[in-house]
Design a protein around this ligand. Sequence first.
Ligand code: M7G
Length: 330
Amino acid sequence: MAEAGKREVDFADRNETDTVKAKRLKNDPNSDQDNHNESASANPLFGFKTTTVLRDSAREKNMFIHGKLNDQDAVIILEKTPIREDTLLEIFNGSRLKLDMRNDIYSTYQLQPPAHLNEMKTTVVCPATEKHVKKYLRQETYLVQETGEDYRSITLPYIQSQSFSVQWVYNILEKKAEAERIVYEDPDQDVGFVLLPDFKWDQKQLDDLHLIAIVHRRDIKSLRDLTALHLPLLTNIHKKGEESILKRYGVAASKLKVYLHYQPSYYHLHIHFNALSYDAPGCGVEHAHLLSDVIQNLQADSQYYHSRSLSFPLRADQGLLSKFKDAGKL
Ligand code: M7G
């Protein structure tokens, strides 16, 4: 959905650019309006009005902002990107430096690198729902323990009525979005999947490598739906996902963590492939389940994920937390 939103902005702007150029050539007197249109066409975020900063981190160098873009609610995520080793020569030789202070053998500077090395990864969700805004708002979290019965009586009815749209997932599977980003596809409708970069990864360095494998089947919401019948699907993703990442990026299976989230944000089965050394948000023990463990648990007991209690964190404002509270489970 976010991707579709982004594309809409791009198409609209492309039309506007032509109009603006034509007017300028004719020396149109409405030049103020033209300047505005020109800024908007070069920059789809032009005129964004900030409502609140939902979350920011000096350490992670990112900021999550809620506001209005062309009168629509939007969430924008700004994130400074990691420094890449292959750009060091250009940084040292092509930057402007301003001395902050010097003391004995120590000195600090403000360094202004060439513009193309000073980019910020920017993610736009527009139009954003209230759920998107809440997802990014910093919140107190609580650990919930869900039995198989709790899943069926509390969680399942809740996610059936409340979960995020998975239209963006269907767009990928149907090649309506991100088709050019696909790294590998097994088209089999039973055990097949599409492997592509997660949109959190800018693909500029391997340190934070993050891909997702999205299954073609549309009947598996999450870990809870898995039984031994799905073992061919899971082992296929594990094997072919790792092979494709080795082939494309030269990263060996021993350098990857491959896991599922429970609870996920999107209830269409997908598996995360992350660089082992990368401390990705959501890969802690309270949220992530290693695919190799999932496979072994299902080999030992087909009903493992139907019957076992599973723990996961919920933020204070998440509706599911109130459902657990109402049921006296917290
Ligand atoms: P999740 O386990 O459902 O939950 O992961 P999380 O979002 O709480 O981690 C879904 C994953 O899909 C996340 O890592 C998102 O960054 C990624 N993702 C979400 N959207 C909307 C897109 C998208 O449009 N394209 C791609 N490539 N990845 C997405």
